[in-house]
Design a protein around this ligand. Structure first.
Ligand code: NAP
Length: 294
């Protein structure tokens, strides 16, 4: 934090509700943006104990907080304690941002709009062709919901096919078309040969410290991918990305999704628009906080 930071009687506070919160990059993003824009705003982490989420939201309201982020494990639980939900957050079933409105907080999901903005920044067009989603956890589900309006076809590949099928059924029930289908991870060879996919890697496989692993180890799989988008951000270059590139595809990590979910939350709280050089500064601060220098 630079010495120029000002805290006075008019300073507004935003914070992060989660547990654990020690490794969060959000203070680096938000405090950098606020300082660069001269916003009288500070952002701090709040470690909330299981069972205390309602009290935390009510306390944040009573203390006049401008907004909060919400992270693991409270993104679904927090939804019960809000005045209003943004329709996308409701459909995804997860809230990561609370915005102060008259009479209570409104809940948003900025993770998925953040991913869309990251796609855009990286020149990835999610509506341009068929998509594979690897994994069927909370994030994979959110990706399927968001892309169901954009991509012509989505295949969810998961170790436990039942979880992938459940997401496909839920998302298809909402969508006008039936764009999503489930496939067991072990059956990936059934993907039509000659087809090329955008693959969104939404499993935990390859995360620090198990960096030598990829969810599919067979190099042939990567021949089917034109773009590999790994949502993991630590390490910055995963084995999945490496294998995608070795097969001739383009590969990206989850750092920009992390950046943009923060930027969109900040824009919702302040009404500011963050572009260009300011984005770069927030990105650099985030990577510096992660000790990821480029
Ligand atoms: P989750 O709910 O725990 O789901 C994990 C998924 O990984 C499940 O589908 C699980 O399959 C699969 N998996 C785990 N170990 C596996 C293995 N050995 N082989 C095959 N599949 C395996 O996790 P999540 O909350 O959705 O998060 C998923 C990823 O998103 C994480 O890597 C996280 O880093 C990333 N993420 C990124 C951002 C960002 O801003 N960039 C934000 C949030 C999360 P089963 O169903 O078979 O167990």
């Amino acid at each position: 934090m630079r010495g120029s930071m000002r805290i006075d009687g008019c300073t507004r506070t935003c914070g992060l509700i989660g547990n654990p919160v020690e490794h969060t990059m959000s203070p680096a993003i938000h405090n950098t943006l606020a300082q660069a824009q001269g916003q009288n705003l500070v952002y701090v982490p709040f470690c909330v104990q299981p069972g205390d989420v309602q009290q935390a939201v009510e306390g944040a309201w009573a203390l006049n907080l401008l907004g909060c982020n919400v992270t693991v494990p409270y993104k679904s639980e927090v939804m019960s304690f809000l005045k209003e939900l943004d329709p996308l957050a409701e459909r995804i079933g997860a809230v990561n941002t609370l915005v102060r409105t008259e009479g209570g907080f409104k809940g948003y999901n900025t993770d998925m709009p953040g991913l869309l903005r990251a796609f855009e920044a990286d020149g990835v067009r999610p509506g341009g062709g068929k998509v594979l989603i690897l994994g069927a956890g909370g994030v994979a589900r959110a990706v399927a919901v968001m892309l169901s309006d954009l991509a012509p076809e989505i295949i969810i590949l998961n170790r436990t096919i039942e979880r992938a099928q459940k997401i496909a059924d839920e998302v298809n029930a909402y969508a006008e078309r039936q764009p999503v289908r489930a496939m067991a991870l072990a059956d990936w060879k059934q993907l039509p040969a000659g087809e090329r996919y955008l693959a969104v890697q939404a499993t935990n496989v390859g995360m620090f410290p198990r960096m030598q692993e990829a969810v599919i180890e067979d190099p042939d799989f990567y021949q089917r991918i034109h773009t590999g988008y790994d949502l993991i951000f630590n390490p910055a270059r995963t084995r999945f990305m490496q294998m995608t590139e070795e097969a001739g595809g383009r590969a990206y990590n989850g750092l920009k999704m992390l950046l943009y979910q923060g930027i969109i939350a900040y824009e919702l709280w302040t009404g500011a628009v963050v572009t260009g050089e300011l984005e770069e500064r927030a990105y650099a601060a985030m990577k510096h906080a992660m000790k990821l220098e480029e």
